[in-house]
Design a protein around this ligand. Structure first.
Ligand SMILES: *Cc1c(COP(=O)(O)O)cnc(C)c1O
Length: 407
């Protein structure tokens, strides 16, 4: 094996490749967390996060991988005996049920096949049938299925029924133009390691006033816990103190990655993900492969899930792509294992050059495995779809003059 970085391209479904600028930020000397310079940096990071979330709500940066944020939302919001409508269109939606039960909630499941999306009309019907529902949980972007749920419409229905919504947008933030206010989201949970191209290790929450009220007004508010969102309100939001030492280096990286996002323009980052995803789907179809999502309208911008073709196993395809050509992609997860593979285009990997390389290696690998391939069919279709791309401009980037601002 040669000495190049290996694998050459991390095109997995997260964590994804991180920009050199972000890596430099990560390597800065560690500050004392009460050093005024760190307090300033943390405050600036929260402001940037609000811009990326397009929200005036409070944001909370919890200090562990996004699963912490999801469990914290469940632990803080769900009271024993609460009825929770859990929308399940994939692996992460199903897993959330464990959190609901752990915190004493009674889940009502509204499920669709894992290549489908939740219909807001079904949510409406469920809320009317069960007026006892007070909380709704939904995954915005079901990364393992490469599908997306219509959270804006679901949130509107939930608001009409006075229901608190917990939304897993770990791989959704940066891929669709969401806003917690506009979408009726009470607690949004994202992570830096998907469309924002940061390293994993933090949970990025946006919290509505209704969510704070519900957390505070329960008889036993969750406090004094690593899972407590209220602890962050009582410390950081109200007094610029921390409940415990934050992950200083991860905050450096997050500030850098959020700043890069804002400098490129949130809309531009989203347009870039959507355009690359569209080009990827065009290529997949041109290769005669079948998209996993039942309809293109529900295909996620963060990754493209594809049925494994007959006679090609997950191990063989991903093994060839990685071991022979140095391109790491993700396979199926949980009950989807062995059924699909996922082409990755999150964060800095949502780029034409990277997509074309990935598609070329996919074509070569399928041919190596004996699958009939017309070389260039996928690459050519994607190239046609990408007509007009100019990397100097980005996509709809208005702020390119402000680039190069820092670490
Ligand atoms: C990545 C991701 C998470 C976080 O889970 P990890 O696999 O532990 O990183 C949660 N929800 C969704 C939808 C995700 O894509």
């Amino acid at each position: 094996m040669n000495n190049a970085q290996w694998p050459r391209l991390n095109l997995a479904a997260g964590p994804v490749d991180v920009a050199a600028k972000t890596l430099r930020a990560l390597s800065q000397p560690v500050l004392y967390h009460y050093d005024p310079a760190f307090i300033d940096l943390f405050a600036r990071t929260c402001e940037l996060l609000r811009q990326v979330y397009r929200t005036r709500y409070d944001v909370v940066i919890m200090q562990a991988e996004a699963i912490l944020g999801l469990e914290a939302a469940a632990a803080s919001i769900i009271r024993p005996g609460d009825t929770v409508l859990n929308l399940v269109s994939g692996v992460f939606g199903k897993w959330f049920e464990d959190f609901i039960r752990r915190y004493g909630g009674e889940p009502i499941e509204l499920a669709v096949p894992f290549n489908e999306a939740i219909d807001p009309a079904d949510v409406q019907a469920a809320l009317e049938r069960h007026p006892e529902i007070s909380v709704l949980s939904v995954v915005h972007s079901e990364t393992p299925s490469g599908t997306i749920n219509p959270v804006r419409e679901i949130g509107r229905v939930a608001k009409e029924h006075g229901v608190i919504t917990i939304v897993d947008t770990v791989s959704g933030l940066g891929s669709e133009l969401l806003s917690p206010e506009e979408w009726g989201i009470d607690i949004a949970v994202a992570g830096p390691q998907k469309c924002l191209s940061g390293p994993p290790g933090l949970s990025l929450l946006a919290v509505s006033p209704d969510a704070w009220a519900r957390m505070e007004n329960r008889t036993d508010p969750l406090r004094g816990s690593f899972l407590s969102i209220l602890d962050w309100k009582a410390t950081w939001l109200e007094q610029r103190r921390f409940p415990y030492t934050p992950s200083v280096s991860e905050i450096y990286a997050l500030e850098s990655t959020l700043r890069q996002t804002v400098e490129e323009g949130v809309e531009a980052v989203i347009a870039r993900h959507q355009m690359i995803a569209r080009a990827c789907r065009v290529a997949v179809k041109a290769l005669g492969l079948e998209l996993w999502p039942a309809r293109e309208a529900i295909a996620a911008p963060c990754c493209t899930a594809v049925h494994l073709p007959d006679g090609v196993t997950d191990e063989a395809l991903r093994g060839t792509m990685r071991d022979r050509y140095g391109v790491m992609i993700s396979g199926g997860y949980g009950e989807l294992a062995g059924k699909l593979f996922r082409l990755g285009h999150m964060g800095i990997a949502a780029h034409p050059t990277t997509l074309i390389a990935q598609l070329g290696v996919l074509e070569r690998s399928l041919a190596d495995l004996g699958h009939p391939i017309a070389f260039g069919a996928g690459v050519g279709a994607a190239l046609a779809e990408l007509a007009g791309w100019d990397d100097r401009e980005g996509l709809g980037t208005r702020d390119s003059g402000r680039r190069g601002g820092g670490a």
